[in-house]
Structure formats: C-alpha cells, structure tokens
Design a protein around this ligand. Sequence first.
Ligand SMILES: [Zn+2]
Ligand SMILES: [Zn+2]
Ligand SMILES: [Zn+2]
Length: 351
Amino acid sequence: MKFTEDLTRSQQTTEGIPGIDTSDADVRIVTSGGRCIAAHSHVLASASTVLEKQLERAEKRRTTSGGGKTIRILGVPCDAVSAFLSFIYTSRCSAEEMERYGVHLLVLSHVYCVGRLKRECERGLARTVTAESVVDLLQLARMCDAAYLKMRCLKVLEGGFKEVEATEGWKFLQAHDPFLELELLQFLDDAESRKKRRMRSRDEQGLYMELNEAMDCLEHICMEGCTTVGPHDGGPPNQTKKGPCQRYSTCMGLQLLIRHFATCRRKVHGGCSRCKRLWQLLRLHSSICERPEPCKVPLCEQFKMKLSVERKEEDGKWRLLVRKVVSAKAMSSLSQRETVELQPHKGCWVG
Ligand SMILES: [Zn+2]
Ligand SMILES: [Zn+2]
Ligand SMILES: [Zn+2]
C-alpha cells in the first residue's frame, strides 16, 4: 500500500482513544486494518524514544510533502494498537485488554521500548502459561527479550515436561526450531542435576547435623550420665529426679552403643561394626574437642596424643568430615534451639 493511499484512507476513518480528548491531536497512527487513531506527538514522544524518532521523521516528511503527520504501527490488530496508545496515555491496561492482546502488547512494548507496559505484559502472560501455551510463549519471550516471562515458562517446562512434550507446540518446535529445542533440553538436563546436587547437599547437611547431635549427646552422657549409662566416674543418675533428656532418641542409641562396646567380645579389631561406629564417634569427638583440661569422654586424650603425632598423615576425608561437623555445630547453635527440638531426630548414626 502506498503512503498516499494510506493517508487518504486514514483521513476518512480517524478514531480517538477511549477516554482521551484527541480533538487537538497532531498525529495519526495508521494501523494494519487501515484504521487510523488520533494522538498527540508530545505524549507519544515522551513515552517512547522509538516513537520520538519516528515522529521526527514524520515531521520532516510533512514539511517536505505537506499533509498531516502520520506514523504507522502495522502487523498487530488495530485494537491492540488502541490498547497500546491507551496505556501510553493512562499507564493502565485493563484485564480484558491484557487477556486479548497481551501477546501483541508485549511485542509493541518491546519494539517501542515502553518498559512499564513490557513488565506488565510479562507478568500478565506469565500467569497464563500452561503446557499448551508454553512453547509459543517461550518463543515470544525469546523474541522480545523477556527474561521474566522466559523464567516462568521454564518453570512450567521443568514442572511438567511430559505434558509439554505431547503438545502440538513442542512438535512444531522440534520440526522448525531445533536450536531452541536443544537449548530447552539442555536446560532440563541442568535442572535435573541441580536438583540432585541440592538433594545430595541436604542429605549431607542432615548427616553432619546428626553427627553434631551425637557429639553433644556423647559429652552429655560422659559428663552427666543419662538414663542407663552413668558419667565417667559413676552409675546412672537417679531417674526419678530427672526425666529423659531433650535429645533422647539420639542419646538412647548412643547409650546402647556404649553398653554394647563394654561387653562386646569381638571389639573393633575383631571387626564388630557397632564397636567400630562408636570408635569413630569417639575419634570424631576427640578431633573437635577443645577442652584444655583432661576430657572425660573415653579415649579423648589418647586420640588427641595419637592425632598430634599423626597429624601430617591424617587423611583429607577425615579432616573434611571434622570441618563439616564443626560447621554443623556452629550452625545449630546459631539456629534457635526451639526449632531444632521441634524436629524429632532419627539418630540413625548411633542407633
Ligand atoms: Zn541423654
Ligand atoms: Zn561390638
Ligand atoms: Zn574430649
């Protein structure tokens, strides 16, 4: 369509913007349907630097060839352009407009650099993402450089890839956009390993917390005694005065282990796994024990002496374990005591 034809046709059908007085408008926006919307240059120019440049060019054309100032916004429905202009004037966009023209408004806001509208569109569209629409919206997000929308789409993809895989959109993508397909598959792969890593570190953290709790219980048993095992220099305390301690499940497991250790015939070097476990716990205690006076936990002093001799050959894995238990100790003393006690403990390390 030639520019002059545009003008002739548009002059016949110039519309206003709902709720805006455009009687003194100085520019006409020609849209795809040949419809034409009246607007004010200064309002458009202040909202969008792209429109500002277009208006400058339109002004030059007008001075050389006469007629009114006209710019064209083509490729989207006229009503979407109307909603776009309405936003420029009022900074508002109705839910209905967003629902009907959200995609077009996102494109317009991106092309014309209207940041606020772009953010609103991204949020509006992000709320509508489903397995059916996710591929289209991802392509749109990529085209419009819409990071927030893309992120929401990826979340949907991650949450239900099986469902997405069965959609027409995905099949279309496979046939026509192998690069995006590859990028998305790569993302899913990474997401899976991220999830595994997170779970692994949570499991590990739980283990160190348990070990830390076992260390606390060990000291408590050896210093004060608990239900069935007395302190290092006496029998079990009188239970009628004292109820079970606060970490009883861990404590009880440990007491069973200590009593087993005292009577086991095979012992550590006979290959008894329960004895070996207590042995490791005692060694761990000694590695983190900072008492300057002789410690009451069995074997603590012996391990310390042995350790100072062997420090150079001490293996890295053990040192790492000690460091992690120490950091779990620091963390648990930082977190509120109540929250720790609310979670029943399995005490699997010492059971
Ligand atoms: Zn106890
Ligand atoms: Zn044993
Ligand atoms: Zn000690």
